[in-house]
Design a binder for this molecule. Structure first.
Ligand code: SAM
Length: 301
């Protein structure tokens, strides 16, 4: 199966698929995101470009069976102004739908924030899929914590096919518990200053480092910049509070240990990129309905 990764970021879909699919191309406008992508998937073709500017013939020539898209979510975020398609940041989504209607790959899948489901973007997507002959469409609101993962990240997922969709497959496998994803020697600068702890301690979501049942909150791209509602903090055995490192967050999202970050990437950028990425377990589950070609269906059985 050939997969076109649109808004690929650091490569959450490539990491979820592993060797089960061939990446036809990964497209993103962000150089820092693609530098992490290329660091981990040097053999995948990458294109640093706006999705809106992709050419119809170029898209056809990728011969992709599946397009995966993770378009920007700001227009549909409940905490934002929620202007939907009127938000200029949704222009790329409208362009994506025009591409989809023109090229019509066999399958299409996407991820966005939960608020997308009740948006005008969702209405336009469903009309486009109908018009382009995607007779099978399935939607999910999934949170990895419901699938046994020690992290919350509720998201909307859609998968559509011009052929048949299969029943989803339970791709559950043993997920690491919190103590297992922690770095042995975390950077000392991850610890919070006592004044910050005093000022915000009521508002911080805290988990204990020995707690095997702990579920961390959703890490956003603001983690490291904003103290509250951007992700959890870790209480260490000595009673101190620290941030999670970008690598620890990647592990909570289900990225394999082989996935690493370039040494030259600044931690603030790493938090931003990782906070924009995907939780791999729900992605695998959603994609398991595409067909038996994606062999993680079989390997999970
Ligand atoms: C929600 S993130 C998706 C991240 C990705 N799923 C991952 O695993 O890292 C959205 C991505 O879209 C990219 N982006 C935003 N607008 C874009 C556009 N017009 N064309 C291409 N990429 C865009 C951003 O750089 C960002 O990497």
């Amino acid at each position: 199966m050939r997969v076109l990764e649109l808004y690929s970021g650091i490569g959450g879909v490539a990491a979820a698929l592993g060797k089960t699919a061939e990446i036809a191309a990964a497209v993103d406008q962000s150089q820092p995101a693609l530098s992490v992508y290329r660091h981990n998937f040097p053999s995948h073709p990458t294109v640093e470009k706006r999705v809106d500017c992709l050419d119809r013939d170029w898209l056809r020539r990728r011969h992709a069976d599946l397009w995966w898209a993770s378009p920007p979510c700001q227009p549909f975020t409940v905490r934002g102004q929620r202007r939907g398609l009127d938000d200029p940041r949704a222009d790329t989504f409208k362009a994506l739908l025009r591409h989809l209607e023109n090229v019509r790959p066999r399958s299409f899948a996407m991820e966005n924030v939960e608020g997308f489901r009740d948006s005008d973007g969702h209405d336009l997507l469903r009309r486009t899929l109908d018009h382009a002959g995607y007779s099978q469409v399935r939607e999910h609101l999934l949170c990895p914590s419901d699938l046994g993962v020690a992290n919350r990240r509720p998201r909307f997922y859609l998968v559509a096919s011009r052929g048949e969709l299969q029943s989803e497959f339970d791709v559950s496998c043993p997920h690491p518990r919190l103590p297992e994803i922690l770095e042995a020697q975390p950077d000392p600068s991850l610890w919070l200053d006592a004044t910050i702890v005093r000022r915000y301690h009521q508002a911080l979501h805290v988990v204990d480092e020995d707690d095997s049942y702990a579920v961390t909150s959703c890490f956003t791209s603001a983690y490291g910049r904003s103290h509250v509602r951007s992700g959890s903090y870790l209480r260490t055995r000595d009673g101190g509070l620290r941030r999670f490192s970008p690598i620890e967050i990647l592990r909570l999202l289900g990225f394999p240990t082989e996935f690493t970050l370039p040494q030259e990437l600044r931690r603030s950028n790493a938090w931003r990129l990782v906070g924009n990425s995907l939780s791999l377990t729900p992605v695998r589950r959603v994609l398991s309905s595409i067909g038996p070609e994606l062999s993680f269906r079989r390997s999970a059985s």
